[in-house]
Design a protein around this ligand. Structure first.
Ligand code: HEM
Length: 406
């Protein structure tokens, strides 16, 4: 076997099939220096510790190559440190809205999940990602932001382009920032903001909540509102799509799990958490040491890049008995790290949990085990984006003419 310390998280094939290597590294030590210089924090406790201690383990730089200047309004909130991070995060939390907003969106999510899945079934099957998971996620984020729903495909296309430039540093991510690289997108978002700011009525959308929680006695600059909206779009779209894809694929290949959930709907939230734990849409986070320190007894110099391996920490046997098993019966499990932890904990967790729960419940309502099969030529392939984990497509065929709709 190849030396596990040569693991390269930026190699798509290695990252998406990291399970055995991660297990080896966890066995070797709580924290391991990889041959490429990264520090692999692959056990639960050290990974959690890194995320909790944001002073020692800075978010600065995130996934970007070193030494590149990025204007504030183009940054990801996840790469900010104090003092900028706190106030910006507060705006993002207001925009995302927390559990109250998530609950208020539940009927919307349900209605669209039913419509999308029914339409897929009427066609005898199709891709559960484009036709269901992604389409649903795009509608929900549009509704959250107050975007007309008919614009949601366009917004989704732009989001994908920006995510791709963000993570690959591709040709479109130019020195002139997003306004230069994606002029139509930025003009569209700014137009939304201007329209909302000049409207007489307050709407129940993210822009209104951001403006209302903004800087006291001063108008929030449009680029900052734009920054928050773009972060909600970038943070909330692919991740939720991937969770729906990972979970539904698991159900299709595991009929006994499908059956158990269908007859025990109380377990739907547990299934969503277990899917997030075992197949986290964000596989890794990156942090940089601000000073010399020690992590789980291993000395680290200032400026070391720490790879917080969420996907590995979530399978640490010291945190989860039988860690590789998808179990609906875990009693008070430790919180998985798939939404991060500490100062940067995901602001959209309540929204995405609700969304995936509804998508799953609608799927269970409509489809029994065996009524849907993976297409004969289907081969599981993951989205070709480093650090993200979800199926590119889940092509299914109805094996029964009319599934039982409960
Ligand atoms: C299953 C779905 C999701 C997953 C797995 C996920 C995962 C994460 C993770 C791991 C972080 C922490 C980043 C870090 O520590 O550097 C994060 C932060 C964030 N997420 Fe999510 N996310 C999801 C859904 C959403 C949604 C729906 C939204 C928006 C509506 C969102 C917006 C954000 C934002 C703005 C941050 C930055 C928070 C900060 O740095 O203070 N996410 N997310």
């Amino acid at each position: 076997m190849k030396d596990p310390r040569s693991f390269n998280p930026f190699d798509l094939a290695e990252a998406h099939d990291m399970w055995d290597v991660a297990a080896e590294l966890r066995r070797e030590a709580p924290v391991v220096h990889l041959t490429n210089g990264f520090v692999f924090a692959g056990r639960y406790e050290p990974a959690r510790q890194v995320l909790l201690d944001s002073e020692t383990f800075m978010a600065k730089g995130g996934f970007r190559a070193d030494g590149r200047y990025v204007p504030m309004e183009d940054r990801n909130i996840g790469e900010l440190d104090p003092p900028e991070h706190g106030p910006i995060r507060q705006l993002a939390r207001s925009g995302a809205g927390g559990p109250g907003v998530a609950e208020s969106l539940r009927p919307f999510v349900r209605q669209h999940a039913e419509r999308l899945l029914d339409s897929l079934m009427e066609n005898g099957g199709g891709d559960l990602i484009t036709g269901f998971g992604l389409a649903l996620t795009n509608l929900v984020i549009a509704q959250l932001l107050g975007v007309p729903l008919e614009h949601s495909p366009r917004l989704a296309r732009w989001t994908e382009e920006v995510v791709s430039a963000n993570t690959t540093g591709g040709p479109k991510d130019s020195a002139g920032g997003r306004a230069e690289s994606f002029p139509e997108f930025i003009e569209y978002v700014d137009g939304l903001i201007r329209a909302r700011l000049s409207a007489d009525d307050a709407a129940h959308d993210a822009i209104t909540r951001i403006v209302q929680s903004g800087i006291e006695d001063a108008d929030l600059p449009i680029p900052i509102i734009r920054m928050i909206l773009v972060n909600l779009l970038l943070g909330g779209t692919a991740t939720t799509r991937d969770t729906i894809g990972n979970l539904l694929h698991e159900l299709i290949v595991r009929p006994e799990l499908h059956e158990r959930l269908r007859s025990d709907r109380g377990r739907v939230p547990a299934a969503v958490e277990e899917s997030l734990r075992l197949a986290p849409p964000v596989l890794f986070l990156l942090r940089t040491t601000a000073k010399e320190t020690a992590l789980a007894g291993v000395s680290l110099a200032a400026g070391e890049r720490v790879l917080v391996a969420i996907a590995s920490a979530n399978r640490d046997v010291q945190a989860y008995p039988a860690p590789d098993t998808f179990s609906l019966d875990r009693v008070d499990p430790l919180p998985h790290l798939s939404f991060g932890h500490g100062a940067h904990l995901c602001v959209g967790a309540a929204l995405s949990r609700m969304e995936v729960q509804e998508a799953l419940d609608v799927f269970l309502d409509r489809i029994a085990p065996g009524e849907l099969a993976l297409a004969a030529d289907f081969e599981l392939a993951h989205v070709p984006v480093p650090f993200l984990f979800g199926p590119q497509s889940v092509d299914v065929l109805l094996t029964k003419e009319k599934p039982n709709v409960r």
